[in-house]
Design a binder for this molecule. Sequence first.
Ligand code: ADP
Ligand code: MG
Length: 548
Amino acid sequence: MPKDNSIKSVLIVGSGPIVIGQACEFDYSGSQAARSLREEGIEVILINSNPATIMTDPMMADRVYLLPLTIESIEEILEQNPQIDSVLPTMGGQTALNLCKEADELGVWEKFNVKMIGVDVKAIDTAEDREKFRQLMVKIGVGVAPSKVANSLLEGKEFAQEIGIPLVIRPSFTLGGSGGSIVFHKDELDSALERGLQASPMHEVLVEKALMGWKEFELELLRDKNDNVVIICTVENFDPMGVHTGDSITVAPAMTLSDTAFQNMRNMAIKMMRSLGNFAGGCNVQFAMNPETEEIISVEINPRVSRSSALASKATGYPIAKIAAKLAIGYTLDELKNQITQTTSAYFEPALDYVIVKMPRWNFDKFKGADDRLGLQMKSVGEVMSIGRSFTEAIQKACQSLENNAVGLGYYGQSVKHAEELIEYIKVPKWDRIFRIKDALMAGVSVKTIVEATKIDRWFIYQIQDIVNMERELMKHDMQSITKELLREAKRMGFSDEQICRIMKEDASEDELYEKRKAWGITRVYKMVDTCSAEFEAKTPYYYSTFE
Ligand SMILES: Nc1ncnc2c1ncn2[C@@H]1O[C@H](COP(=O)(O)OP(=O)(O)O)[C@@H](O)[C@H]1O
Ligand SMILES: [Mg+2]
């Protein structure tokens, strides 16, 4: 079925000011969508109150309105542009969705004869209203954590007694975990409830059993109007449940999932997306998994392009927002081309032959007095993404990109804490936890103890142990004694030259090391991100560097 020709002029709603939890990712999706629609000869009108975005560049749309994201602005635009026939609300995060939903309730779209594309309001309602979502999951037989919905402080306190502590407070209709928290002690309950109720535009929170120590996963999906579904990417969180995915170190593809668990998750994600209604476009599903029993519980579903779809796009090379925009105007997945290979279809799940690590970046030093513990509400102000051939390489590259003096997993301002103190310290998730885990391993703490203290999967801790073992090996050497084999192995594990020089016995210069490895032929090679593990020829790939 070709595209819907009745769509000639589309309004894209942006995500407004950059705030913690909703930043440039949505600028990325909005820009991609604008480009994708204009490619089809469709006029694009754009509204965003934030001039510091790419999408508000005059080149991006036929008309750009720098107006506050309010109903009044929408009406003003629709009055000035009677030709607008559709609105795409799914590219501007929660802000755009909430605004478009409000406009729908007020009858604005109906009045101006504009249809919402790429989503349906019922789907947003069900997904964002924690109670409706819970009921739907129960109906389709997908697990959820024991929980109750509260609309008042009193109700919340009553349910908290039933559910018991620790519990989590999850407000409805918010983004980036705004207003959400974990309650470990009774005396934290009232303020946590009040904050949650206040953050929710409909004064509603879910009081839920805390799934502490469960693993967290995220799947990115696309669906067309014929109900074809592809899973673009599976992302695993390094940090277990209780640290917002936006504040977690994440890895793609999933590293520690068994094949059965992965298949289960896939099936559940597809079932969940289909149960939500008939919209065509992107969708993001989050799961928690009990590490012992592999029981899987759904955390939430976002029937729109999400924060992590920008990451998934860069991780896989599959332009999710661009394709989502095409699906919204009626194309089906099998009709669209994979933009990277240009020969395979978009109805083709990307395959990765490398490892992606996303690492958030926090700026607590700019927020004096702020609570630096990580939890249900996002606190990071940005993130880096790295690509490597192994987890060890990717995680070290990510550390090196944080611009905080880390030269790899060894952090510059190294900890002077003793083993016992470190074990206590890493029990609470904070921005520097991964660096302290490495310090603890250096101090001789066992993998088992660290797993018990952090509930991070032991596979990840063993990977860090490998880095530690290499560091110990390098410590024994200087520029003269280091061997070609050792240096090659260190480079493959993502050690930077500067990092190696600092670790080695005597002060060595980076330049000297560089010359040495060049003479040994240990130099960077470049590999492709081609969406298909090199099974097809790629026309517009991008590259990452690595060592062989
Ligand atoms: N029952 C729970 N126990 C522990 N942590 C939870 C629970 N439910 C959610 N979380 C954590 O809270 C985070 C945010 O919850 P989520 O429903 O994804 O909200 P948001 O809409 O902000 O993304 C999740 O990424 C997860 O780590
Ligand atoms: Mg989430």
